[in-house]
Design a protein around this ligand. Structure first.
Ligand code: H2U
Ligand code: ZN
Length: 352
């Protein structure tokens, strides 16, 4: 009997977290990797930019002044997409035109007072402060809201307006579409197998090894078997954890290490500060039973072949199904083999 060859045959892979499939066309990348390593001029930003609305002491768009913060700084988004005082109304006059109101809040999280840094370039201790802020936001907002979405949208190519290192948190009274799918899938798996889907999944990854990018005592970063974006990864704790505030101090320390490690590899892939959207999916924060859930972070980078060539999601993908050429195993192998020293430090070492 002929066996399916992941590296030769066009095939589809199932994403058990979303319940959707992805088409993989490995035969299109049979040629050896010849992606051009473009030498983008190193984007040296000043450590303070008087025009930046996130730098300490500066005025924001609405005239409010940022304090002269020295670590992290959180403020309510001046142009928040969600509001806490919206009235509760369900408007389902016609099942084909359903609508409902929701309450929520949006905040901006400045990772550092330094305009020129990124998470990849901050110290382990500084990254740990960001992790603490993320956990504190979940604790605080989780008391009032059902879903807390922590995320970072990084890079101009992702539509991020400001290079100052920052992320966001949106909190709301409903479960949005992506976590809704993940919750449904994890519940179904738990009911059928009496075990945690993502923990069972990482056990297979530990056995097979070929999709692991980095791992440490408490965490594992992998290119998921079903990854859609060329260099998509997922970061998970090895033990069963529902939400960020549950992490022990040692787990937060090793999270800051693996996070920095992963992001350095990303930057080293094309010698560019790697654009991505990343975000945490912890269990919803309402009082329901979420034993089936496993905390994880998704990293969705758009770059494909170089610092300027990004994947376009068009045509067949908009109309039929997600598709990729590079296999998940090839992507993981490339990331895994990259240096753990940030290219900017390597460059400066060479110059010295
Ligand atoms: P990006 O991460 O996409 O660059 O967005 C930054 C957020 O900062 C964006 O949601 C907010 C924008 O609404 N912002 C303020 O709250 N105040 C400002 O003065 C400018 C930008
Ligand atoms: Zn700034």
């Amino acid at each position: 009997m002929i066996q399916l060859s992941f590296s030769d045959h066009p095939h589809r892979r199932y994403n058990p977290l979303s319940g959707e499939w992805v088409l993989v066309s490995p035969h299109r990348t049979k040629r050896p990797w010849r992606g051009k390593q473009e030498t983008t001029p190193s984007q040296n930003r000043p450590s303070y930019d008087p025009k930046c609305y996130l730098c300490p002491g500066n005025a924001r768009a609405n005239g409010k002044i940022n304090p002269k913060y020295s670590s992290t700084y959180v403020f309510t988004n001046d142009f928040a997409a969600l509001l806490s005082n919206t009235p509760t109304v369900k408007n389902s006059i016609n099942p084909l035109m359903q609508s409902e109101s929701l309450q929520g809040t949006c905040r901006v999280i400045c990772f550092s007072p330094r305009h020129d840094l990124t998470l990849a370039e901050m110290s382990i201790e500084e990254v740990q402060c960001v992790i603490d802020v993320w956990a504190d936001q979940v604790t605080e907002l989780g008391k009032r809201y059902r879903w807390i979405q922590i995320f970072e949208n990084k890079g101009e190519i992702m539509g991020c307006s400001n290079p100052h290192p920052h992320g966001q948190v949106w909190a709301e009274t409903v479960l949005p579409s992506e976590p809704f799918k993940e919750d449904r899938q994890q519940v179904l798996y738990f009911k059928e197998n009496d075990s945690i889907m993502l923990l069972d999944y990482i056990n297979i990854e530990y056995e097979q090894k070929d999709r692991i990018v980095v791992e440490n005592e408490h965490w594992i970063a992998i290119v998921p078997f079903w990854a859609f974006w060329p260099f998509e990864t997922m970061l998970l704790p090895r033990r069963h954890v529902l939400r960020l505030p549950e992490l022990a101090i040692a787990e937060k320390v090793s999270l800051s290490k693996i996070l920095k490690n992963l992001l350095i590899k990303y930057d080293n892939l094309f010698n560019v500060s790697f654009p991505y959207t990343m975000g945490w999916h912890g269990a919803p924060t309402d009082p329901g039973n979420y034993t089936h859930w496993q905390l994880h972070a998704h990293f969705y980078p758009p770059l494909l072949r170089s610092s300027t060539v990004k994947k376009f999601v068009v045509g067949y993908e908009m109309l039929s199904e997600a598709q990729r050429d590079l296999t998940q195993e090839q992507a993981a192998g490339r990331l895994r083999n990259l240096s753990d020293i940030h290219y900017k430090l390597r460059d400066s070492q060479v110059k010295e």
